[in-house]
Design a binder for this molecule. Structure first.
Ligand code: FES
Length: 76
């Protein structure tokens, strides 16, 4: 943890989510998920851990190719 926190902030994948805590972790019950939920993997969403589409701007600016993890029910 010390090594990570000593790296310059520009090397951080996470630029803004809960920067005051040592590790960002979210937990939720499967039963509470809707029929389809998109989770952010770019760390830029204002609704983190949910995707809000911010990955599109990131991809356009950088040429990156990141996108969400979509969890959906088979019977939905
Ligand atoms: Fe981060 Fe969509 S906003 S993956």
């Amino acid at each position: 943890a010390l090594f990570v926190t000593r790296l310059p902030a520009k090397k951080h994948v996470n630029k803004k989510i809960q920067k005051d805590c040592p590790k960002v972790v979210h937990s939720m019950d499967i039963e509470d998920l809707g029929t389809k939920t998109a989770f952010c993997r770019c760390w830029k969403s204002s609704k983190f851990p949910y995707c809000d589409g911010s990955h599109n701007e990131h991809n356009n600016e950088t040429g990156d190719n990141v996108g969400p993890l979509i969890v959906k029910r088979k019977d939905a």
